[in-house]
Design a protein around this ligand. Structure first.
Ligand code: ATP
Ligand code: AMP
Ligand code: MG
Length: 204
């Protein structure tokens, strides 16, 4: 179980609106400049594709409101599909990055995004936890009209979720002996977070 994937693998997590997808978009551009082949797999995209196919939801922010067992089934399908796809594309020097959550705020309570069945399937070298000041995260969410994160609450809920995310990241990392690497996403400078993640990759 502790043997790694045939390519380097990191999971990028952080609470909703902290900037994971933004940072990874920049990382992809930076990686191509230095000749590093990177695939970014968005876990939510994989869950959404299956959920839309079977007519359960129309958008990604509805996934966390589905019946709990349904989310579990989608979670399992996504983890397997991500690794199967990566195996067809990547080799030893390449990098798989999975954009996901280590804690999901569902209608049934906080739920691990990286429980044993998922973390063993993804088997990452490292789990990156992206963080930012709670007030800034609230502002980023408010500015982002492409998403519906209103059910996630305000500054107090953000603080609580940051704590839950740290605990969840370390718990998941323990199962696969992965490192946990905290990266700040500074306001107006997501490229700095992207560079920090690339610096981690050099250490793997
Ligand atoms: P989710 O988990 O819900 O997918 P996310 O962590 O992927 O969220 P993004 O969608 O990347 O978050 O970013 C949320 C919003 O914050 C976007 O509008 C994005 O432009 C903005 N943003 C991201 N990083 C920064 C930054 N460093 N400074 C200012 N705004 C940022
Ligand atoms: P995102 O765009 O990253 O917010 O992902 C969309 C949605 O996918 C999230 O709000 C969750 O409902 C779901 N999701 C993403 N990753 C996971 C995961 N590891 N486990 C369970 N649900 C997830
Ligand atoms: Mg995102």
């Amino acid at each position: 179980m502790f043997l790694r994937n045939p390519f380097r693998t990191i999971i990028v997590t952080g609470i909703p609106g902290v900037g994971k997808t933004t940072v990874l978009g920049i990382l992809l551009q930076e990686a191509s400049k230095i000749g590093l082949r990177v695939e970014v797999a968005n876990f939510g995209d994989y869950m959404l594709r299956e959920a839309v196919r079977i007519g359960l939801v129309k958008d990604r922010d509805q996934l966390r409101k589905l019946p709990h067992r349904q989310q579990l089934e989608l979670q399992k399908i996504a983890a397997k599909a991500i690794i199967n796809d990566a195996k067809t594309k990547l080799s030893e020097k390449d990098l798989l990055i999975i954009d996901t959550h280590c804690v999901v705020k569902t209608t049934a309570g906080y739920w691990p995004g990286l429980p044993r069945h998922v973390i063993e399937e993804l088997n990452p070298d490292s789990i990156v936890l992206i963080e930012a000041d709670p007030e800034l995260i609230a502002q980023r969410r408010a500015r982002d009209v492409t998403r519906n994160r209103k059910d996630l609450g305000g500054k107090e809920e953000i603080k609580e979720m940051i704590e839950m995310a740290r605990a969840a990241a370390m718990a998941a990392a323990t199962i696969t002996a992965s490192s946990v690497y905290i990266v700040i996403n500074p306001e107006g400078h997501p490229e700095e977070a992207a560079q920090s993640i690339l610096a981690l990759v050099e250490k793997l």
